[in-house]
Design a protein around this ligand. Structure first.
Ligand code: NAI
Ligand code: ISE
Length: 336
């Protein structure tokens, strides 16, 4: 069976996902696309040489008879309405992060999915599918470094657009750590604080950059995440887990070691598309398989909600300067 997918949002990641669905993965094809920039949507279809109809609105695409599953890759604030519409239409939906821009919005999706009676939503948290994070989790779960005590992490982007503000460091960027770290150490957050070091001269008036987010978990683990989105030198994701018996680090992406011009060096990637290329492939192949088998297994709407609850506290902490509590309700049995 070939799954017919409709994609809403043909920007950077929408286009990349359409490419992988059309040429890298198996079991699916893109039959419909939509973007508020219709010309761009048409260009993507033409440039990739796929046979997909361009729809005038996301809602029409969701309702189209030949669309069996939906990919939401539009801007964050539009996600909630599209995901709710897909659930209402009974169609499985893969939604890029964030699931919704507030925890309240994510909760409405969780409630709608539970009311629908079956899992229909997978969130685009790709890091749990990344080989490096999986290897790190295997080491932690093996007990070799003992119980985790502290995590030191960094999420660095070379640059961001003028439209990216201080709050987005949480909702757009840190949200990946908020999801993957609770999975990695099987724990939940209980508080968050945000501190701002000296700002880089490469930032702009609406963005305080860098930031350090300090999280505490239910088991007492302390986590620091540096979010630095104008670091210039590369796209760099770091994660070090300090345990009672040893330390484990997220592996670097493999790259050729170079001896030249009196230097020993390895390259650093510049783009998230390259850094997580395999993880994006695996997460979407899992979505296709889940829909085809009638059993979605990837990150759920509850994962999207849990990350957003922590994200809301971090956003609050950015403004208050205080340690803000994180209160995640217990997980409904539906998501066990
Ligand atoms: P982008 O700005 O390149 O593309 C977004 C597209 O959505 C634009 O073409 C825009 O015209 C379209 N759009 C906005 N509102 C719409 C609406 N109501 N209906 C139809 N189209 C609409 O942004 P990018 O980087 O592609 O990000 C899109 C989403 O994917 C964001 O939520 C972002 O956080 C997420 N993302 C996830 C990544 C990951 O690592 N998982 C990486 C990059 C983005
Ligand atoms: C972007 O939207 C992503 O999701 C990338 O993975 C992240 O590194 C970046 O900071 C976000 O802007």
């Amino acid at each position: 069976m070939t799954l017919n997918i409709g994609v809403i949002g043909t920007g950077a990641i929408g286009r990349d996902h359409i490419r992988r669905l059309s040429f890298a993965l198996s079991g699916a094809r893109v039959v419909a696309v939509n973007d508020i920039n219709a010309e761009q949507a048409r260009d993507v279809v033409t440039q990739l040489g796929i046979e997909a109809e361009v729809y005038a609105s996301g809602q029409e695409l969701i309702e189209a008879g030949n669309v069996q599953a939906v990919l939401v890759t539009s801007w964050g604030p539009s996600h909630e309405a599209f995901v709710l519409a897909a659930i209402a239409a009974g169609k499985p939906v893969f939604c890029e992060k964030p699931l919704a821009v507030t925890a309240e919005g994510c909760r409405r999706i969780v409630d709608a999915e539970i009311a629908a009676g079956r899992r229909l939503v997978q969130v685009g948290f790709m890091r749990p599918f990344d080989q490096g994070y999986r290897a790190l989790k295997t080491v932690i779960d093996s007990g070799e470094i003992g119980a985790p005590l502290m995590l030191h992490c960094a999420h660095r982007n070379p640059h961001v657009s003028e439209a990216y503000g201080t709050g987005m460091a949480i909702t757009d960027t840190l949200i990946h750590e908020l999801d993957v770290l609770r999975w990695l150490i099987d724990d939940d957050y209980v508080s968050a604080q945000v501190v701002f070091p000296r700002a880089t001269r490469h930032t702009h008036a609406q963005l305080r950059d860098p930031q350090i987010v300090l999280l505490e978990t239910a088991k007492g683990v302390r986590i620091d995440v540096e979010v630095f989105v104008n670091c210039k030198y590369g796209y760099d994701i770091q994660c070090e887990v300090v345990g009672e018996e040893g330390i484990a680090r997220l592996p670097e992406p493999s790259s050729v070691q170079l001896r030249s011009a009196a230097r020993l060096s390895t390259g650093i990637l510049m783009d998230w598309k390259d850094r997580f290329i395999d993880a994006y492939d695996v997460e979407l192949q899992a979505f296709i398989k889940g829909v085809t088998d009638g059993q979605l297994t990837g990150p759920s709407a509850w994962n999207g909600y849990a990350a957003a609850v922590a994200g809301d506290a971090c956003n609050l902490a950015q403004v208050s300067g205080r340690i803000e509590p994180i209160e995640l309700p217990s997980r409904p049995a539906f998501y066990n």
